[in-house]
Design a protein around this ligand. Structure first.
Ligand code: CIR
Length: 409
């Protein structure tokens, strides 16, 4: 069963992607375009990711992995056709080479096809024929670009109650990711019948910008990655289908360090966020609610985000736990994803171990921190929340007496 109606309800099922050979495609010449700030040591990144997955499994979270689901979905001819067509659709190929790459992919068993779709293909790995494009390519040029950011499963799909939003990723290096998540949610038997509330043909929208603050209250960052038109489209669908009563549009400055709303703010309890102090009190929100006529939206604001969020959630106020204390520490720890925690339950979250001050502040505020290593994983600029797509969370029941220990049941 798939159901997500909060950021902190007890996590039952999560979708991860264990990074693989696609990370080995990164070089100093392509890492900027592929949205990595360095060249990760692949084996160590895998060890770190395995420890992340184990931290979740050992707390009774079912961990689904994207490549395993994709391989199973690719047993279906229509799934293969959809994924292959997307992989060869780039304008760089030309008709002759496109035919050769398509033939190569069509000949692969689902396992090898999964690897090729994720890690991409170099010119030297395909019989490219004798056409002009094949002749002019260097052996190490990509004919199918790799998807090293697939690791950040948060961005390529979002579950909102029992519907899935398959997003449209704004950056060219990531655009093909959602052709794979779409294939999984359309063709894998586990998700048979799942209704899609958003599709990659809609306006740009990334899951890192979507925070389910509480039942029926969804905040959506807008800036570099999620277009205002993407927020509007999602709001129309959520409000129109009764999946939300209020959507908050939150403009986020378009900078590398703050590319998504979840790089500056994540929830750690039903009424608490860990937030970068550099923006905590300047972030604003427009409240979007249903208009008078069907299909119309009412837009109010802007107001301070923290006030608008508390109001929409029916709280007096949201508790804010700052990233770091000194502004320099806060800036460093925000860059290293100190604000990018993944809640397993109210007052229990996964965080990178390196953000020692932020983690100490979380513990002091009664939030138990499961710390994981992220020295290599972090080079893609994403933390535990970015690396996870919750598929099922238990609905939040009444608070269990306000004690400091996490609500695990
Ligand atoms: N939600 C997130 O903040 N995801 C991290 C995405 C990092 C990736 N390298 C990107 O630039 O899209």
């Amino acid at each position: 069963m798939a159901y997500v109606d909060s950021e902190v309800g007890r996590l039952r099922t999560v979708l991860l992607h264990r990074p693989g050979p696609e990370l080995a495609r990164l070089t100093p010449r392509n890492n900027d375009a592929l949205l990595f700030d360095g060249i990760p040591w692949v084996a160590r990144a895998q060890e770190e990711h395995d420890a992340f997955a184990e931290a979740l499994r050992s707390r009774d979270v079912e961990v689904l992995t994207l490549d395993a689901l994709l391989e199973e979905a690719l047993q279906e001819p229509a799934a293969r056709e959809e994924a292959i067509t997307a992989a060869v659709s780039g304008p760089h190929l030309g008709d002759s080479l496109r035919r050769c790459v398509r033939a190569h992919l069509e000949g692969l068993h689902p396992h090898d096809l999964t690897v090729a779709l994720v890690a991409g293909l170099l010119s030297e790995e395909v019989h490219g024929g004798t056409g002009l494009v094949a002749r002019l390519l260097e052996p190490h040029d990509f004919v199918v670009p790799p998807l090293p950011n697939l690791l950040f499963t948060r961005d390529s799909s979002v579950w909102l109650r029992d519907r899935v939003a398959v997003t449209r990723l704004a950056m060219p290096a990531r655009a093909r990711e959602t052709t794979l998540t779409r294939v999984v949610y359309t063709y894998h038997p586990r998700f048979a019948g799942a209704q899609h509330v958003y599709e990659p043909t809609d306006e740009p929208l990334e899951g890192g910008d979507v925070l389910v603050l509480g039942s029926g209250v969804v905040a959506v960052g807008t800036g570099e990655r999620t277009a205002p038109a993407g927020v509007e489209r999602l709001a129309l669908r959520l409000l129109g289908e009764g999946l939300a009563t209020c959507v908050l549009a939150v403009p986020v400055a378009q900078r590398r360090a703050t590319m998504h709303l979840d790089t500056v703010c994540t929830m750690v309890d039903r009424d608490a966020v860990v937030m970068y102090p550099g923006v905590a009190h300047s972030l604003e929100a427009y409240a979007i609610t249903a208009g008078d006529e069907p299909g119309q939206l009412r837009v109010d604001g802007p107001r301070p985000f923290l006030d608008a969020a508390a109001d929409a959630m029916g709280l007096d106020r949201l508790r804010v736990i700052d990233t770091g204390l000194h502004p320099v520490v806060a800036e460093r720890e925000q860059w290293d994803d100190g604000n990018n925690t993944l809640a397993i339950a109210p007052r229990l979250c996964v965080a990178y171990e390196r953000n020692t001050e932020t983690n100490a502040r979380l513990e002091k505020a009664g939030i138990e921190v499961v710390s994981i290593a992220g020295s290599e994983l972090g080079s893609g600029r994403g933390g535990p929340r970015c690396m996870s797509c919750p598929v099922e969370r238990e609905p939040l029941g009444p608070a269990s007496g306000g004690g400091a220990s996490p609500d695990m049941e």
